[in-house]
Each structure stands twice: as C-alpha cells, then as structure tokens.
Design a protein around this ligand. Structure first.
Ligand code: ACM
Length: 263
C-alpha cells in the first residue's frame, strides 16, 4: 500500500478550517491508500481550561470536520487517520479515528494521557483494536503512548502490520527515538504524524516519520513545514518476524518470564 503522513499546524478552535487545510494539502499529493494526520487535528491542543476544551470538542456523529475528511476519502478512494478531540456525553477523549468514504470505521481513545491532558480528558477505556484496509491490519496509538512499550507489543500480538500514530510531540528525542525501535522490535510499520507550530508556551516538534519493520526511516519531515510524505509499504516485510534464521520476534518471546509486568 501507499501510506504516509500529513504534517501541519492545526489552529486552536478552527475545526472545519483545519479539515479544509488538510484537504488543500491532499489535493497536491500523489496517490495514496492511507494518510495520517496529527493528534487533536480538529481542535488544536493547548486549551485554556476545561471550559475551552469542552467547547472545542465534538461528537463524532455531528462533526463537520469528520464530514469533510469523509468527502475527501470518497473522492480519493482512500483512508484517513486523524487525531480528534471527542466528546461523549460530559466526557472528553483524546481519540484517533479511522475514516473512509462511509465515515468513521475505527476509533482508539488515548490510554496514556500527557501532562495537562489529565485535566481535560478521560483516559481510553478499552484496548486498541485492529482495523482492516485490504489485507493490511492497522492499529492506532496517540502521541504519549510512545512511552509505554507494552501497548505497542499488545498490537503486535494482535497481528498489526502498521501503527498509525497521530502526535503533538513537544519534547525532542522522546517519541522520535522510540518509534523506530518499536517498528524494529515488532517488525511492523509505524507512521507518526506530528504537528508543527506554537500554541502558548508549547512548541511542537514536527519531524513526522515513516518507520519500516527493520527500524529504518522511509521518510521524515523537517520541524516546521506543512507537508505530505508517502512511501510504498510491503506487507510481506511486516509479516516477516524473523530477524535471524533462528529468531522469530513473536515466537521467541518468553511470557512465563514476564509475570512482573502484570504486577
Ligand atoms: C503528547 O502526548 N501530546 C505529548
């Protein structure tokens, strides 16, 4: 498949315009099957209190942002993964949505909340699922999930071929360093779409990337451009878990030695 990231700076409180901006970038892109947008791409990130977070959140079924992305999927015959500030009753979730021409066909609610996110969001309330795009099995994680290798392994054990990872990274050297290691140690692809720009005291770091199952980078953006980068991905590489003729990354696990993880 052809897949990649759309790196941009969503504007706080400009939900439909953020979707239109993504659409303008997509118009100039070549063919792709899947594109990944940053975390909280509808709302922006740095809320000035819970009231603003509530105001800028959206119900999936009433979101013009989602409608615009769905239209793009219908036109381009593609899938889009996007970060989404989701309201469900009086709770907010920092979610990732998988959208196609039929609407939202997959959802993940961020499990590991970062810093002030704990003031606004409820942590994800279910394990991440896999979703199919053709033969590909796609998992989703969001930004600070990078710090918890367990959840990356859970998706590998479920059979993920590709992890779509919308992000709003603010610290260099964290997620950017960890993601290629997870790609290599699980032998799957990871697409991290990280936003750029400044909101208040937060400076987002860009450098979105596509990591291959051998840990190499197939593409990486700079720290401040609005840009789409796409790579050709090979399913057989994600399904091959042998890293030497005698070492299978999944079969060689020794779960009976890992009991402490569940303490
Ligand atoms: C982050 O999780 N947005 C750093």
């Amino acid at each position: 498949m052809k897949a990649g990231f759309l790196q941009m700076a969503p504007v706080l409180g400009e939900s439909p315009n953020n979707a239109l901006k993504a659409g303008n970038l997509i118009e100039s892109a070549g063919e792709f099957d899947l594109i990944v947008l940053p975390e909280l791409a509808n709302s922006g990130y740095n809320f000035n209190g819970i009231d603003e977070a509530m105001e800028l959140s959206e119900n999936i079924s009433k979101s013009h942002f989602v409608d615009i992305l769905q239209e793009i999927c219908a036109e381009r015959k593609c899938h889009i993964v996007t970060g989404f500030c989701e309201r469900d009753g009086d709770r907010l979730f920092n979610s990732s949505l998988l959208i196609n021409e039929n609407g939202v066909v997959g959802k993940y609610r961020k499990i590991h909340l970062f810093n002030n996110e704990k003031d606004y969001f409820t942590p994800g309330d279910s394990q991440p699922e896999l979703y199919e795009i053709g033969e590909w099995k796609i998992g989703m994680l969001v930004c600070f999930d990078w710090a918890f290798f367990e959840i990356w392994r859970v998706l590998a054990l479920k059979g993920a071929d590709l992890i779509a990872h919308p992000a709003n990274l603010v610290v260099k050297g964290g997620g950017h360093a960890a993601v290629p290691v997870y790609a290599k140690t699980n032998s799957y692809y990871v697409i991290t779409s990280n936003r750029t720009g400044i909101e208040g005291d937060l400076h987002f770091t860009g450098e979105s990337l596509i990591a291959a199952p051998d840990g190499s980078l197939l593409a990486q953006a700079d720290s401040d451009s609005d840009v789409i980068q796409i790579a050709g991905l090979d399913l057989s590489k994600a399904r091959d878990k042998m890293i030497t003729p005698k070492n299978d990354l999944i079969a060689d696990r020794r779960p009976e030695m890992y009991g402490g993880l569940l303490d």
